[in-house]
Write a protein that binds this ligand. Structure first.
Ligand SMILES: [Zn+2]
Length: 260
């Protein structure tokens, strides 16, 4: 059946001109896929829609003398095997320049271009980011709602973003912008810095309750690099950050914004 070349190429289906059959049944089209049968008989799918519409038009032309049957695949049925071989040949054949783009193909190309566009935009922005922000190695993902917006309260989110950017209730920040009334030190006496919450001796008293990544042994971070690595874990896991604040009560009791 010349009107369904694309379906034949894909191998899931086959058609047999039935010249020896009585005029009442001139051709038989068989498919291994119930979905394909549905599309042939009712609503053509968006993908390869042209092929389904062409089939339906041909079937109408033959005034209902075309029958569609289900043919189970991988059962050694010879026409099915032929269709499989044709499908394999189709995948190896050079692209037909006259073939129109399919909806699925266009969507695939759009997704590919969007991925490239996002990557390029992020790379261009990375050049302008601060070293601190880049150190978190955050992915650029505009397709999902950021988890931190879901799990953190507004004050927790403000602290979270302040640590990421380095702009917030920190000693250097208050000095730079001349916030003369601001408290520059944590309750432990050390200067307020973005990393201090995991370095403060008071918050480290509750180390046994800190959220911990994975199944590895719980080893208290000792070096500055180890503490920084733990903070990286918190910055990549807003739920763990929330738990950390709740078990240490760092911003609530140890280092509140305006403590004296
Ligand atoms: Zn402290």
């Amino acid at each position: 059946m010349s009107s369904t070349p694309r379906l034949l190429e894909r191998g899931a289906d086959w058609s047999v001109p039935c010249k020896r059959r009585p005029p009442a049944l001139r051709s038989l089209y068989a498919s291994t896929t119930p979905d394909v049968i549905w599309c042939l008989r009712r609503t053509a799918s968006e993908t390869s829609q042209w092929a389904f519409l062409a089939f339906q038009k041909a079937a109408d032309t033959w005034h209902g003398t075309v029958r569609v049957k289900w043919s189970p695949g991988h059962m050694g049925i010879e026409p099915n095997e032929i269709a499989d071989r044709l499908a394999n040949l189709g995948t190896k054949a050079s692209r037909d320049p006259d073939t129109r783009p399919t909806l699925a193909g266009v969507r695939s190309q759009v997704r590919k271009r969007l991925r490239g566009l996002r990557t390029n935009i992020w790379r261009a922005m990375e050049d302008k980011m601060s070293r601190r922000y880049k150190s978190w190695d955050l992915p650029y993902d505009t397709r999902h709602h950021p988890e931190e917006l879901e799990v953190l309260t507004r004050p927790q989110l403000q602290r979270f973003l302040a640590i990421r950017t380095g702009h917030g209730d920190f000693a250097w920040y208050h000095r730079r912008y001349k916030h003369d009334e601001a408290e520059l030190r944590c309750g432990c006496g050390r200067p307020k810095t973005p990393d201090h919450l995991v370095m403060c001796r008071q918050s480290r008293r509750s180390f046994g309750k800190w959220p911990w990544p994975g199944e590895g042994p719980r080893i208290r971070p000792q070096t500055r690099a180890e503490k920084k690595e733990y903070l990286r874990f918190l910055m990549g896991d807003p739920l763990a950050f929330k738990e950390f604040l709740e078990v240490t009560r760092f911003y609530a009791d140890i280092c509140p914004r305006g403590h004296t």
